[in-house]
Design a protein around this ligand. Structure first.
Ligand code: ZN
Length: 84
């Protein structure tokens, strides 16, 4: 009686593709205020890059017109079905 060949488990590509189909990428920029040193996230805007100086926006925390530095940019997958 022949044994069935055993293959190492493959990553479940179907699941990954489903995920890509369902989830929407969302990019977030972390800004740091030069004035009050607050760090907060805001929606990624085209042209944002790490260490960029943003001078045309007000700090969300202290509301002063200062220089905000882009500290970090990250993207995540959002499940649109979970968003209200
Ligand atoms: Zn501030």
């Amino acid at each position: 009686m022949a044994e069935e060949p055993q293959f190492p488990p493959l990553p479940d590509l179907g699941e990954i593709l489903d995920r890509k189909d369902r989830f929407k990428p969302k990019k977030t920029t972390i800004l740091k205020c030069n004035e009050c040193k607050a760090k907060y996230p805001r929606e990624f805007k085209a042209g944002d890059y790490v260490f960029k100086k943003v001078s045309d926006e007000k700090c969300k925390e202290c509301n002063r017109s200062t220089t905000l530095i882009v500290e970090e940019i990250y993207s995540e997958w959002i499940d649109p079905k979970k968003e209200k």
